[in-house]
Design a protein around this ligand. Structure first.
Ligand SMILES: Cc1cc2nc3c(=O)[nH]c(=O)nc-3n(C[C@H](O)[C@H](O)[C@H](O)COP(=O)(O)OP(=O)(O)OC[C@H]3O[C@@H](n4cnc5c(N)ncnc54)[C@H](O)[C@@H]3O)c2cc1C
Length: 384
């Protein structure tokens, strides 16, 4: 485990090329790429690692591929099949020859990624509070409880409640989804598959994720007007798994609305949940967190080398992500309006062949929608 003293540096009046607020997957991905290109990076978090993070820890193949290093040591289970049902009825097992998803424990995964990232060069420091952010033509300064920090660029990777977003007013049309998860303290039986049940929650689903030593259960909705209670989760868990009851129940919003995020111009960029980049159909946020961090890093690299505005370059880099998000939004509007129909479509042979092959090959949803028929006909699938 990574102790704070071994990683953190005192902040008091620091300068850096880039300061990144938030050392989760988005922040670490940006920090890795920037440090790898020789930048002086200061990575801040409000807590020492390892720390608890409410998340089911399902990493898709595309997310694992996007990372710059192997995470094999922290993968608890690789998943080749999943069960989908509607109102707990008509469960169907969708199978793949290769893994479609990998299970991690978020606190362990995040700690691992931070340790890896720090070996690439960034300094890590804990700051409890950021009071003020001032941006001018040449730099950005942060007034923190640990002192003043000045950098040429600032990346806000501080998650769904992003302080950077609020202090800079960079993205007003942010909108949260919500999910509740719990831990069932039971070694998963061999026949328990990763499972999704639609219609359990309006605008979302219930999940069951078997891990190494326990089962993660949860309920997700993309709708901000739908309330999910602890009791809803307990009821779902009992119906789905039985006893023991789930413990360590926590809920958290998910960052959404990023299809409308416009970085503008200047020196401040938002990435990951801070920029609302969670996919509304599946509630998947890790992939976009990782690649948005990398795209922000690449935009800064471009700005330093070619003098282009980093935010404008970042806006271009975000376009494919935003297209995927808009597609996921349209798909979720259709799917969750008539989940019974959606479920029937999902389990139909053409759809399930496209999905399982597409997931195992690390394709984004929009690409699966466009090219998935090729799996059905045995045709080659173009790379994005
Ligand atoms: C219940 C639940 C289940 C989920 N399951 C999945 C899943 O299975 N698969 C998936 O892909 N996605 C899942 N998600 C979404 C996923 O967790 C997020 O999309 C992902 O964590 C976003 O990464 P991030 O780096 O942007 O933010 P985070 O992981 O939230 O990291 C933000 C970091 O910023 C730090 N921070 C916050 N505020 C400050 C501050 N003021 N100053 C300094 N540091 C600060 C935090 O301590 C944290 O370390 C789930 C979400 C929830 C709520």
């Amino acid at each position: 485990m990574c102790s704070e003293t071994s990683l953190s540096h005192k902040v008091a009046s620091l300068t850096a090329d880039v300061v990144i607020v938030g050392a989760g997957p988005a922040g670490c991905s940006a920090a890795w790429d920037l440090a790898d290109n020789g930048f002086r990076v200061l990575l801040l978090d409000r807590t020492a690692f390892p720390r608890k993070k409410t998340c089911a820890g399902g990493l898709t193949v595309k997310a694992v591929r996007a990372l710059r290093y192997s995470i094999a040591p922290v993968i608890q289970r690789s998943v080749c099949s999943l069960s989908v049902s509607c109102r707990m009825r008509h469960p169907k097992l969708l199978k793949s020859n290769a893994a479609i998803c990998h299970m991690v424990e978020r606190s362990v995964f995040d700690d691992f990624c931070l340790k890896k990232t720090v070996t690439a060069g960034p300094r890590f420091a804990v700051v409890k509070r950021i009071e003020k952010i001032v941006e001018n033509d040449r730099s950005v300064s942060l007034d923190t409880d640990g002192g003043m920090i000045r950098a040429r660029f600032l990346i806000g990777a501080d998650g769904v409640h992003s302080r950077v977003r609020r202090l800079t007013g960079r993205f007003a049309r942010f909108r949260p989804g919500f999910a509740v998860e719990g831990i069932v303290d039971l070694a998963p039986p061999d026949d328990l598959n990763v499972g999704f049940d639609f219609s359990r929650v309006a605008g979302g689903y219930g999940w069951v994720f078997p891990k190494a030593e326990h089962i993660n259960v949860g309920l997700y909705t993309l709708r901000s007007d739908v309330k999910i209670t602890r009791q809803d989760l307990v009821d779902y868990s009992v119906r789905r798994i039985g006893r023991p009851l789930p413990t360590l129940i926590t809920g958290s919003p998910l960052g959404m609305g990023g299809w409308r995020y416009r970085p503008g111009r200047g020196r401040v960029m938002l990435v990951g949940d801070a920029a609302g980049l969670v996919d509304p159909l599946l509630g998947e946020g890790l992939y976009h967190a990782i690649i948005s961090g990398q795209k922000a890093a690449s935009a800064i690299l471009n700005a330093m080398n070619n003098g282009r505005d980093a935010c404008e370059t970042y806006a271009k880099g975000l376009m494919p992500i935003q297209r995927d998000l808009l597609f996921a939004l349209a798909a979720s509007n259709a799917f969750y309006r008539l989940p019974g129909m959606g479920h029937l479509l999902l389990i139909s042979p053409p759809a399930r062949i496209a999905l399982m092959n597409g997931f195992s090959q690390g394709m984004p949803l929009l690409d699966i929608f466009r090219h998935g028929y090729r799996f059905w006909f045995g045709l080659p699938v173009p790379a994005r």
